[in-house]
Design a protein around this ligand. Structure first.
Ligand code: HEM
Length: 479
């Protein structure tokens, strides 16, 4: 099961940052505290050595599952037995109602059957030109930054992606930008009690409005956008909201109701923006630390784009760029932990799993597991060459989960990442700003604490033609 890696040239490169690992399992209280402050720091050495680890915290049984066979059983073969862990689902349900992030059973299936074709590769194709256009325009603003000015690249990418999403969700209606920004931050950072049965008991102490977070303030706007598109003569683009309204359930022929469209649109935005920003931020950290990988990526981007903005048909040619993206999500999986709960007793690779056990599939652990990857903490995009990928078990790499509940936006996410990496790499390189150590922190997503502070350098050789004047200072300021 040993993964294949080709680390020769990167042996001298620094090991990408990670929090210290406890040598031994933490006692329950320390473990729970670590989960609340930085879930990555709760993962002890044993988890990276054994493929299935069984623990008990308070009265709760938890299985840490990294065995690809067992992951397959949970995500695919016996998926009905492993719904999302109820207390995590609760966090999403308050604000997203029937949206697919917070539901199970027939409601979830109905939403999934409608949302998937509204976001899949074919549906997104007509949006790609607009995604490229707005990314080029905002990337142009970075050209105005000179000298040693330090910029938070995570924030720049966040603002750029909100503009990209707005093209897809509303056809580029500027009134929607604050709504997208707010939804992208939903739900709030979970508290310790949210992971336990205490959560629902504490709910009555916080009014529903508070639990729904500030997204309720945007309901009127979201409904206005939906209602405009219900008109048969709606003159705008066939954007995501339009598609969610019109898409029929292939099983029943029914459409989502007005409220369900609101919930699903909110769910897709809440589920999709933040992890894509995370992945796109970590890429530049890794490239800055690995000049030989950066040089290969630049060479590919230059050869494919020939100094011009990308067009849709070129994205598939960026094969090395795709490897860099895959390897980035291996080392820094944007969603570092996926929790399921056993409904009935089951067996995972010879381990008896009693009902109500929590199943923790942690991409942070699975992707760095010593029994699955050679030299797992090193950055080596060639792990994702076709030969190396074929030599590895499919379920050793699960940044988007897998099975019927696999991320519904995986293909859209990859398209966005290829576009933004190509556009930025064509014109810029980013150096890490000294005095700003990078520290990975895991909550619902995995991000560099305090952002990623960089110095922007223009690449002199190719492609520095500006793509029109930038409309505002959107990409450099907090939205
Ligand atoms: C790099 C970017 C992304 C990563 C790593 C990622 C990862 C994931 C993962 C691991 C899950 C499963 C969570 C679980 O079952 O507990 C998930 C679900 C989901 N993601 Fe993504 N995601 C990304 C981008 C997106 C995008 C772009 C969208 C929207 C178009 C999106 C929408 C969703 C939704 C709605 C779900 C729930 C699906 C369901 O339960 O049927 N994600 N994502």
């Amino acid at each position: 099961m040993q993964g294949i890696s080709t680390c020769d040239e990167s042996d001298a490169a620094p090991i990408p940052v990670m929090p210290p690992r406890p040598q031994h399992p933490l006692p329950t209280l320390a473990f729970l505290k670590a989960i609340a402050s930085n879930s990555l720091s709760a993962c002890d050495e044993e988890l990276f050595d054994k493929l299935i680890v069984k623990r008990r915290y308070l009265l709760q049984r938890v299985f840490f599952v990294s065995d690809p066979e067992a992951i397959k059983r949970v995500f695919l073969d016996n998926v009905e037995n492993y719904p999302r862990y109820r207390y995590i689902r609760r966090l999403f349900q308050a604000g997203l109602g029937t949206g697919s992030l917070g539901t199970e059973g027939e409601t979830w299936w109905r939403h999934r059957r409608i949302a998937a074709p509204a976001i899949d590769h074919r549906a997104i194709m007509p949006d790609i030109a607009a995604m490229i256009g707005v990314s080029e325009e905002l990337a142009g603003q970075l050209e105005t930054i000179g000298g040693d000015r330090v910029v938070d690249l995570e924030m720049v990418i966040g603002n750029l992606l909100i503009a990209v999403w707005n093209e897809v969700v509303t056809g580029g209606d500027p009134v929607a930008v604050p709504m997208l920004n707010r939804l992208a931050k939903y739900p709030r950072k979970p508290r310790l009690a949210d992971f336990t049965a205490l959560g629902p008991w504490l709910d009555p102490l916080r009014p529903l409005q508070a639990r729904r977070g500030k997204i309720a303030a945007f309901d009127d706007l979201l409904y206005r956008l939906i209602d405009a598109r219900r008109d048969e003569k709606y003159p705008g683009r066939r954007d995501l909201i339009w598609r969610l309204l019109r898409q029929q359930d292939r099983k029943t022929g029914e459409n989502l109701t007005r409220t369900e469209v609101r919930d699903e649109a909110a769910s897709v935005i809440a589920g999709g923006v933040s992890p894509t920003i995370r992945a796109l931020t970590w890429i530049w950290y890794l490239l800055a630390e690995h000049p030989e990988v950066e040089a290969r990526l630049h060479a590919e981007v230059d050869a494919v784009l020939q100094g011009q903005p990308p067009v849709a048909g070129q994205l598939a040619q960026l094969t090395y760029t795709r490897r860099v993206i895959d390897e980035t999500m291996r080392l820094y999986p944007p969603i570092p932990g996926i929790l399921r709960e056993a409904v009935a007793a089951d067996e995972l690779c010879g381990h008896r799993v009693p009902p109500r056990s929590i199943i923790a599939i942690l991409p942070w652990v699975v992707h760095r597991h010593r029994r699955l990857w050679r030299d797992p903490d090193r950055f080596d995009p060639d792990r994702f060459s076709p030969e190396n990928t074929a030599a590895r078990p499919r379920f050793a790499y699960v940044p988007f989960a897998a099975g019927p509940r696999i991320c519904v936006g995986a293909s859209f996410a990859m398209t966005q990442m290829l576009i933004v990496v190509a556009i930025l790499a064509r014109r810029f390189r980013f150096r890490l700003a000294s005095g700003h150590p990078v520290r990975p922190v895991g909550h619902i997503s995995l991000h560099p604490q305090g952002g990623l502070q960089v110095i922007v350098e223009r690449r002199a050789a190719v492609g520095s033609a500006r793509a029109g004047a930038a409309p505002s200072n959107l990409s450099l300021s907090q939205a």
